[in-house]
Design a protein around this ligand. Sequence first.
Ligand SMILES: [Zn+2]
Length: 155
Amino acid sequence: MTQVEIEELVSEFKQTAPVRVVALARELGLRVMRTNQWDLTVSGAIVRNQDGAFTVWTNAKHPEIRRRFTIAHEVAHYVLHRDAIGDGIRDDALFRSSLGGILERQANSYAADLLMPLNLVNQCFDEGADSIEKLAAALRVSKTAMSIRLGIPWE
Ligand SMILES: [Zn+2]
């Protein structure tokens, strides 16, 4: 898949709420797995397999909303950083990895835009999701993530 094709596919998935992030990852050719083997301080990983494809791992101990963000974050590493991740990287609870802070912030920002594209936020609002709580539920993200996205303090 070329970079343009990847971006077109991502754009398509950003048209429907909630964004189907697992289906997107699979269409990008990523395997999506979860593991019980980590403690809560690990969020996820993206690992290059022997066949050259990548597997995204999430922490089975984290709630689904959290795992959705992790998958979006690892998808971001694949789309933006796959030439920099070598055999793979592991993200801790604060999404820090061997890639370093700038690339990690870039991945977080890409993940937020993937799960909460402004067109969908506006669409959900027009359809009656008129609070942080309702918007978060409509897009299947945490209330904290939604409030940060909107620049509105929560609690
Ligand atoms: Zn990361």
